[in-house]
Design a binder for this molecule. Sequence first.
Ligand code: NDP
Length: 277
Amino acid sequence: MADPRTVILPCGVAVTVLGQGTWGMGQDPGRRAAEVSALRAGLDLGMTLVDTAEMYGDGAAEEVVAEAVAGRRDEVFLVSKVLPTHADAGGVAEACRGSLRRLRTDRIDLYLLHWRGAVPLEETVEAFESLVREGAIRSWGVSNLDVDDLADLPPGAEPQTDQVLYNLSRRGPEYGLLPRCRELSIPVMAYSPVEQGRLLGHPALRDVAAAHGATPAQIALAWVLRHEDVIAIPKASSRAHVEENRAALEVDLTAEDLATLDRAFPPPESKRPLEML
Ligand code: NDP
């Protein structure tokens, strides 16, 4: 299997378009070994962008990631997030130290503001820039920011991504946000790309999947990844799901498939507020 497709971030680093999410990992000790094994299987298959956050399991997901990347840190592009309640000057630095400790690493490749809260964006960006200068993070970005929020970033700020809810049943970003990110040359990172599994029984998705000898999850991922500049970060806690998701990169959706999916999941015709999970 060839290496997964990549996309170039504004900082010039190439990352895989198919990464791995971790929300919900680390919560059940009985599942931990399977979660670590699933993440490692993903790394073996080139899904080397791993997304986590201090919020997930109160740090427990970061600890699972630490175990998964132990001994192979340099292969991995590690993304973590700071909570908006920690996004002031001192809070960002402290939260980052906590994440680095749990991740058992000396740097986070991409550090995101999880969503916008009460702290002025300018203050958070300054704190991120200072962490970049110290080497604790390589770059920074944002999450759950809509077009207007992006416009409120301080002049000259260069986020590497906006991580947002985007899948067949959440097409709002196609009107406004995706085009704006494209103008800014910021690849979007699509979270919950299979809508946490809720999408997978949809008849249209099943029909398209059957026509390709593929699974609904593969079609949902291939649909998100039809954009050259969108990254998908499905979370999978079994090796079987990881392998299935990786094979989504081999699925080429036809114009007819896209039309079928458009009928079942109509694209937005006007601006919709950005949804969040
Ligand atoms: P996803 O859409 O990735 O769905 C995850 C669910 O789908 C899990 O139950 C998983 O099961 C299941 N699944 C995965 N692959 C398959 C498959 N091939 N067939 C059937 N079921 C499958 O939802 P998430 O909300 O987890 O989003 C992905 C990641 O995005 C998160 O883990 C997190 O890292 C990030 N995120 C970021 C947010 C933000 O605010 N910035 C908000 C939400 C998510 P199983 O675990 O059993 O394999």
